[in-house]
Write a protein that binds this ligand. Structure first.
Ligand SMILES: *Cc1c(COP(=O)(O)O)cnc(C)c1O
Length: 403
């Protein structure tokens, strides 16, 4: 457990009697993570951060000097990045882009728009022509499952609203040709076929497969390919099993990069989860411990309205107990020892569960649980105002201190 987080929790207890409920983001940890990822990245390979994993402005600012740019999936996300930097390269993806989003992407000088349908392509050609502005695009392609390497495919490889099926590439190319190949330029392809993949070898196989596919399309349609974006989807282990082996993956990548005809192509990755997950902590105080029909429940100040990931995935989220000594009441402090306990939130719904049947050495009302690995898809995917409880506080660990 991060000692700086434990230190901060003790400080919060000293400064306030209110039950602790906070997100703590270790910005140094995030920067360190990205630096070590960049260290082994082969040449002509770029790292973008998909901000949907955690769009906190402080995180975007912390990453700005390190990453090659950011991936956004809405006008709101695009403006968030542009608030931090007018010029950092941005990739704009997402299904169902509205005209105002395409217009914004053009006016905010997005580096590449990921085009996800033929209609989107036609609209973009029209909008770019009206503005007489050059726009560079990557076609997002949804490959079929039976041709993808065996893995837990979540976003692609089967019928999907994301991207275009391979068979429509030809039509996309002819739409661009009909438009005289002016203003809108096809610079390459984008893929994002899976989520939370923990296997480095499979990930490398998948990237190799993307490259092989693009090499074929390049020749078939006589394309000039500058960029292949291999998406995100690099996994984080939430159950103590070993995580994604980035060193191994990047070593394999260096070999893959020799696919014929694509030696000078830039390869992009746009991960979200792996960049931030391990450096976010959700700290919540135990407000009650009760026994019901033979089972213990610990109720926290907080819950799935702040951290919906465990409910969304139906998993038990890992946590660490931080014992705090203060007990201001004249009656005994509820406590359990060497028991199994289910950790639930303050919402009036049985779905508000963070961890079922956790084995604890000792747990008392007033202790704090720190849910680790809460930096990605936790706060941002949650229904913050359901039941109207106050939002958590946000703290940022930087340069050996916090703010
Ligand atoms: C969500 C998403 C990402 C980031 O995925 P992670 O699993 O967080 O790495 C990247 N690209 C696209 C298109 C996405 O939708």
């Amino acid at each position: 457990m991060n000692p700086k987080v434990i230190h901060l929790i003790h400080e919060l207890r000293e400064n306030s009697k209110a039950p602790i409920c906070a997100y703590i983001y270790d910005l140094d940890g995030i920067r360190q993570q990205v630096r070590s990822m960049l260290n082994t990245l082969p040449e002509r390979t770029s790292l973008f951060y998909a901000i949907k994993a955690n769009p906190d402005k402080r995180i975007i600012e912390a990453l700005l000097p390190l990453v090659n740019g950011f991936e956004v999936a809405s006008a709101g996300e695009l403006l968030k990045v542009r608030e931090v930097s007018e010029s950092v390269p941005v990739l704009f993806g997402g299904p169902g882009k509205k005209d105002y989003e395409l217009e914004l992407a053009i006016s905010k000088d997005v580096a590449y728009i990921h085009v996800e349908s033929l209609l989107e392509l036609r609209k973009l050609i029209l909008l770019a022509r009206e503005r007489t502005k050059d726009v560079h695009i990557l076609l997002r392609v949804n490959l079929r499952t039976d041709t993808l390497p065996q893995t837990k495919i979540q976003m692609g490889g089967r019928p999907s609203p994301f991207g275009l099926d391979e068979q429509f590439i030809e039509e996309a190319v002819s739409i661009l040709k009909e438009a005289g190949n002016t203003y809108v330029h096809l610079s390459g392809f984008h893929f994002h076929s899976l989520s939370n993949n923990l296997q480095a070898d499979l990930h490398a196989d998948m990237v190799q497969y993307y490259l092989q596919k693009v090499a074929v399309w390049k020749d078939k349609y006589d394309l000039h390919i500058q960029v292949i974006n291999a998406g995100g989807g690099i996994g984080v282990s939430y159950d103590g099993s070993s995580g994604f082996d980035w060193q191994r993956f990047t070593a394999l990548l260096a070999q893959i990069r020799t696919v014929a005809g694509l030696e000078t192509t830039e390869l992009y990755f746009e991960p979200g989860r792996v960049v931030v997950a391990d450096h976010g902590y959700y700290a919540v105080e135990i407000v009650d411990i009760k026994r019901s029909q033979g089972q213990y429940f610990a109720v926290v100040r907080g819950g799935t309205h702040h951290n919906r990931l465990p409910a969304s995935w139906g998993h038990n989220h890992p946590f660490h107990v931080v014992p705090l000594e203060s007990w201001p009441y004249p009656f005994p402090r509820p406590e359990i020892k060497q028991e199994k306990v289910t950790i639930v939130g303050e919402l009036c719904t049985p779905k508000d569960r963070l961890h079922a049947d956790a084995a604890v050495e000792r747990l008392r009302v007033g202790d704090v649980l720190v849910f680790e690995k809460s930096g990605a898809y936790c706060w941002t995917i949650s229904h913050h105002d359901f039941l109207g409880h106050p939002h958590p506080e946000f703290y940022y660990l930087t340069g050996g201190d916090h703010e």
